[in-house]
Ligand binder design. Structure first.
Ligand SMILES: C[S@@+](CC[C@H](N)C(=O)[O-])C[C@H]1O[C@@H](n2cnc3c(N)ncnc32)[C@H](O)[C@@H]1O
Length: 287
């Protein structure tokens, strides 16, 4: 038996309530541990009535956990809006087929009898957010997408009810393997091709040092701004609650978050000076 299976078995014997979440993880090929899906479920079960936002569900592990939490709580007026870009990620069943990925999400939701609770929106959150019901408060925000927490908080933070759970994955102070590949680039062309392939305008709009690094920087800023409380980080996933007085100030916070993106890019150039605008004869970045 592989070490992974043995560990799972030991965990299950110690905590049989995890079985349901192992099944979800297995069905959806989910990236998160079963115990994290269980924590997401419990947050949804305890949350108030309203709209729950799930950004980046891939094959729906988080969507099922949230949907079951709503169903088990008996909150008949709550809905999960599950927002998935549907292409470009290895977490998806079909990397480049949004329609097929929509079908996967619908099938998984149907298998759990959650069609009346979960609404699937296929497309980048930046494009489809206006399709989220805006007549009800947001009672939970779960984010595991592309690291653009500046965009996600700008879109949804001020709609959250006081005390609503905020759950964010990949809050880890590290430079991941993708970024190590970016740091090996030796020509501007490589960077430009990558930025174009992602449909972005600038490298700083992406995660030059990987998703975890960017997420960690943004979360550190939101913490300083007292946008959440009761924080705990379990295996790289942040669980917190919106503070009663928390307000995302689009002008002030938007500027500060852009500055953080510039700082991340400058750190990239420090680590890969070959591509630095100064070494290429361009203007230095704002820092
Ligand atoms: C790390 S995976 C998510 C894993 C998933 N939460 C799980 O439990 O297995 C990130 C997901 O975010 C999606 N994504 C990336 N950018 C997005 C965006 N702008 N809007 C919506 N989804 C996005 C990707 O397509 C991918 O499925």
């Amino acid at each position: 038996m592989k070490a992974f299976h043995l560990r799972s078995l030991i965990e299950l014997v110690a905590n049989p309530t995890l079985l349901r979440f192992y099944r979800i993880k297995n069905l959806t090929r989910g990236y998160l541990p079963a115990s994290t899906y269980k924590m997401i479920y419990e947050c949804a079960r305890r949350a108030g009535e309203g709209v729950m936002i799930d950004i980046g569900p891939a094959q729906g592990g988080s969507t099922l956990a949230l949907g079951l939490g709503i169903r088990d709580s008996g909150k008949s007026a709550s809905t999960v809006f599950s927002i998935e870009k549907g292409l470009g990620s290895t977490a998806l069943k079909m990397r480049d087929d949004p329609d097929a990925n929509r079908d996967v999400l619908h099938a998984n939701v149907a298998q759990y009898g959650l069609k009346s609770v979960c609404e699937i929106l296929i497309g980048g959150v930046e494009e489809v957010h206006h399709r989220v019901d805006d007549t009800r408060p947001v009672s939970l925000l779960f984010i595991d997408a592309d690291g653009a927490l500046d965009r996600d908080f700008a879109l949804f933070y001020n709609r959250l009810s006081a005390g609503a759970p905020i759950i964010v994955d990949d809050v880890i102070d590290k430079i991941n393997q993708h970024a190590k590949n970016y740091l090996n680039w030796s020509s501007q062309k490589q960077m430009d091709a990558y930025v174009a392939s992602k449909g972005a305008e600038r490298f700083s709009d992406l995660c030059p040092l990987g998703k975890e690094y960017t997420t960690f920087q943004f979360i550190s800023y939101f913490r300083e701004r007292n946008l959440f409380e009761g924080e705990k980080i379990v295996g790289g996933t942040l669980f917190a609650r919106k503070t009663a007085s928390g307000l995302f100030d689009h002008e002030r916070d938007g500027a500060a978050l852009r500055h953080i993106r510039d700082k991340i890019l400058n750190r990239y150039y420090e680590l890969n000076p070959t591509l630095s605008p100064t070494s290429l004869g361009g203007a230095p970045q704002r820092a």
